[in-house]
Design a protein around this ligand. Structure first.
Ligand SMILES: CC(C)(COP(=O)(O)OP(=O)(O)OC[C@H]1O[C@@H](n2cnc3c(N)ncnc32)[C@H](O)[C@@H]1OP(=O)(O)O)[C@@H](O)C(=O)NCCC(=O)NCCS
Length: 158
């Protein structure tokens, strides 16, 4: 029997991946800041082409963010983002934070993240409160529907 499943390799990024990471982040239109290649985990196809990426981004307030999760359109719904997220979280001590549009909350809940809302007793790190504030005028200007959710892993983390 022949195996038709394409080979996907997950590995830490190399300097030579930087341009492809930046191109993917630009193509999916998510936060283009803080894309230092050495923090990334990448998924590549059998020809070495970048098909997905993600990183853990440290912030000055001491918090860490699961960020830059992106998969090329043609490769979606095959568990690639999920595998990247699981690899990245396996190397971390909690808590890890993220921001996402509200429609992606169920996606991140699969990996143990829980949405944190103002007034629910959890203290949200400065970076994430600032991100939410800065996002509001951008959202208004660009007419992006929904809201920017803040989530933390794991769900039990207070
Ligand atoms: C969101 C994204 C990273 C998901 O990548 P992916 O490799 O397709 O995700 P996975 O296959 O690992 O998803 C696993 C499960 O998550 C769920 N899921 C995937 N994409 C989802 C989405 N956009 N919304 C809600 N649930 C989603 C599905 O239940 C999926 O399981 P299924 O294949 O049985 O349906 C990808 O759609 C993408 O690159 N989007 C553009 C960039 C982006 O928005 N990044 C997130 C920034 S916060």
């Amino acid at each position: 029997m022949t195996n038709t499943q394409p080979a996907i390799i997950y590995r830490p990024a190399q300097a030579s991946d930087e341009a492809a990471i930046k191109a993917l982040i630009r193509a999916v239109n998510i936060n283009p800041m803080g894309l230092k290649w050495h923090r990334f985990l990448v998924a590549v196809d059998e020809n070495g082409r970048l098909i997905g990426c993600g990183q853990i981004k440290p912030h000055r307030d001491g918090s860490r963010e699961l960020a830059s999760i992106a998969v090329q359109k043609a490769w979606r719904r095959q568990g690639i983002a999920g595998t990247i997220i699981e690899h990245l979280l396996a190397e971390q001590q909690p808590p890890v934070w993220l921001t996402c549009m509200d429609r992606l909350v169920p996606f991140y809940e699969q990996f143990g993240f829980v949405e944190v809302k103002a007034g629910d007793g959890r203290s949200i790190p400065f970076y994430f409160r600032l991100a939410r504030t800065f996002f509001k005028p951008i959202q208004w200007f660009s007419r992006i529907p929904g809201y920017l959710a803040i989530m933390v892993w794991p769900a039990s983390q207070k």
